[in-house]
Design a protein around this ligand. Structure first.
Ligand code: PLP
Length: 287
């Protein structure tokens, strides 16, 4: 986290950025979040992130904590106050503070909102992308509403930790039908031996990643053949290329899955083309 956070209406120093112990986010993971990239002094795809926040809130019947324009200003302000030129801004909205009880609190309970921002070094990601990263596969064990960007991320936390312990950057969940759903915090893609771009449809089993949506637009602009369908770990292991997408890592080449080398073991040409032209299609809102 940077030095300044926005917590329920106030900009506060990190040490004062605290939430109530009866915040329903803390007790029940009863909340949603978004992570938006900041690149070269601009918020990337903020409109889409706020659209998805709106959808997540509606699905869980949580009210907006403030109006959308105001939140947009807060996102920019937190980034500016932390002097983030490249990095991430995080927004979390929970159902608010109420005496602990599973059922929703009274309708006048004010949702709680927290916004933080931190700097990241784009060169670190660029260097990683030059090498490519490894992923492992793990059994899918999440609930079936992963389309909601909920703060309940325990399976994702455990999967990512397992990946780290295996020397990998990400874990791909594999559902009961033996198909890859997505990564712990990324969407999953492959390029088939005949050059088709494949990623799972966003209708089931995955979060509709904003980076995924933009990458599809970039792929269309490149006249790539796109198949939105599920794929197995075996198909991925014999793919020409594999990669993952997220606001944090943009388009990140994958060169190993469960220890099996992908393609020639180096980042693929299609992956790198998508990575290189990603910002041509992304929306930029200057800070
Ligand atoms: N899938 C999951 C489970 C995620 O947590 C994320 C991002 O955090 C993504 C996919 C990628 O989404 P986006 O491209 O909007 O960052």
């Amino acid at each position: 986290m940077g030095r300044i956070a926005y917590v329920n209406g106030r900009y506060v120093h990190g040490r004062d950025a605290t939430v109530n112990v009866e915040d329903r986010g803390y007790q029940f993971a009863d909340g949603v979040y978004e992570v938006c990239e900041i690149r070269d002094g601009a918020l990337i795809d903020m409109t889409r992130h706020l659209d998805r926040l709106d959808r997540s809130l509606r699905e869980l019947e949580i009210r907006w904590p403030m109006d959308r324009d105001a939140l947009q200003i807060v996102l920019g302000e937190v980034a500016r106050r932390n002097r983030v030129h490249d990095g991430l801004v995080y927004v979390q909205v929970t159902r608010g503070v109420a005496r602990r009880d599973h059922v929703f609190p009274s309708a006048d309970t004010q949702p709680a909102v927290v916004v933080t921002a931190k700097s990241t070094d784009p060169q670190v990601f660029a260097n990683k992308a030059k090498e490519g990263v490894a992923v492992i596969t793990v059994p899918e064990n999440r609930w079936d509403r992963v389309d909601i960007k909920s703060i309940g991320l325990l399976p994702n936390v455990l999967a990512r930790q397992k990946a780290k312990e295996a020397g990998a950057a990400e874990a791909w969940f594999v559902d009961r039908d033996g198909m890859v759903t997505e990564g712990g915090a990324t969407n999953a893609w492959i390029v088939t031996p005949d050059g088709k771009l494949v990623t799972r449809p966003a209708e089931t089993g995955i979060l509709r990643g904003i980076t995924r949506t933009v990458a599809l637009e970039v792929a269309e602009a490149h006249d790539l053949q796109i198949e939105e369908r599920a794929f197995t770990p075996d198909e991925a292991k014999s793919a020409r290329e594999a990669f993952m997408t997220s606001a944090t890592s943009m388009v990140m080449p994958i060169v190993r899955i469960d220890g099996v080398s992908i393609g020639n073991g180096h980042p693929g040409i299609t992956t790198m083309a998508l990575r290189d032209s990603f910002y041509d299609k992304a929306e930029k809102t200057l800070l």
